[in-house]
Design a protein around this ligand. Structure first.
Ligand SMILES: [Zn+2]
Ligand SMILES: [Zn+2]
Length: 346
């Protein structure tokens, strides 16, 4: 690490970010300093921007976790990466000492530290992280595309947990950034995917990406799905809308023995038609973040073009414009993924 001062964007409360010079953190034993190339703005970062997470993140936090970069400096006792390698960070640090960790479910550790929320994140030129969080990328992978690996890994986890098989019928309820990625990964698995969404701009994007689209505000979703699936219904349903109508629809469109995956975070307790779980032996699967295998799958999907990265990335702005990037994303009905170009010459 040549320079000691780096640029970092600090969230200071009330929808505001300030870019300041700060000292780069030298990696301790077991840590690696990563020169950040790109960092995507996540829906969670938007919640921070809106002030909904001040109690958790405080008012001097560097956010960002959907990143790509290169290894800049390596602490003692690190063997999994080499200098200059392209990497992404799986931003989860676990305690190794709780029932979930004991069972090997490190991603849902009871004391999980989410890097970029509970500690400083990737909206800074050099980000120092535990070495075990790193995944090495192929040399020829574009670093802007690689910034999609974290959200694609979310989708990979969701689809893996659904046990989706080739040729099965899939309905994705909610066509926002995560819904679109779930749809793309489900299609990559060989699923026959329909996207249900009420926002016309999002429907247009889903259609452009080649998905069959349904607007349940205009047509009867259940009837349409029955027609498409030969009256069977969807083998797998992803609830990504986080709305009561989405929860109503998820049981209506599911096939007998269908699997429903709860991707959305429901802050309120929705009403669920539990009778359908009895009558048609439905299953409901909970999913949260990702495991290492989901990251490796996501790297493969991005490298092979299984996700249309150029369509998903709708904006790229330099770190100095982070305030405008958040303001614009907050107002835009059509944006999918905004990236911050953190390294000046990435
Ligand atoms: Zn995220
Ligand atoms: Zn734990």
């Amino acid at each position: 690490m040549i320079e000691t001062k780096i640029s970092a964007a600090f969230y200071r409360g009330d929808k505001s970010f300030v870019v300041e010079q700060t000292a780069a953190q030298v990696p301790n034993a077991g840590e690696v300093a990563v020169r950040v190339a790109y960092c995507g703005i996540c829906g969670t970062d938007m919640h921070v921007y809106h002030g909904n997470m001040d109690a958790r993140v405080g008012l001097n936090r560097v956010v960002g976790h959907e990143m790509s970069g290169t290894v800049e400096a390596i602490g003692a006792n690190v063997t999994n990466v080499k200098m200059g390698q392209k990497v992404v960070v799986r931003p989860l640090d676990h305690c190794n000492d709780c029932p979930a960790c004991d069972a090997g479910h490190f991603h849902i550790c009871h004391q999980l530290n989410f890097l970029g929320l509970d500690t400083d994140g990737a909206m800074q030129e050099i980000w120092t992280v535990p070495a075990h969080t790193l995944h090495v990328l192929p040399d020829d992978l574009r670093l802007d595309h690689a910034a999609l690996i974290e959200p694609v890994a979310v989708a990979c986890h969701d689809v893996r947990m659904s046990d989706l098989k080739e040729g099965e019928d899939v309905v994705v309820i909610g066509g926002g950034p995560i819904g679109i990625l779930v749809a793309m990964v489900a299609r990559d698995y060989g699923g026959r995917v329909v996207v249900s969404e009420v926002n016309k701009a999002r429907l247009a994007i889903a259609q452009k990406l080649g998905f069959k689209i349904i607007n349940p505000a205009e047509v009867d979703l259940k009837a349409e799905i029955n027609t498409i699936t030969g009256e069977k219904g969807a083998d797998v349903v992803f609830e990504v809308s986080g709305t009561q109508p989405g929860v109503d629809a998820m049981t209506e469109v599911a096939a007998t023995r269908g699997r429903i995956v709860m991707v959305a975070i429901h802050a309120q307790k929705p009403k669920i038609d539990l009778f359908q779980f009895f009558w048609r032996e439905l299953s409901l699967v909970g999913v949260r973040v990702y495991e290492p295998v989901d990251y490796e799958k996501a790297i493969g999907i991005i490298a092979s073009g299984g996700v249309d990265a150029n369509t998903v990335i709708t904006d790229v702005a330099p770190l100095s414009d982070i305030q405008k990037a958040f303001d614009d994303l907050d107002r835009s009905p059509t944006a999918l993924k905004s990236l911050i170009k953190v390294e000046a010459d990435a």
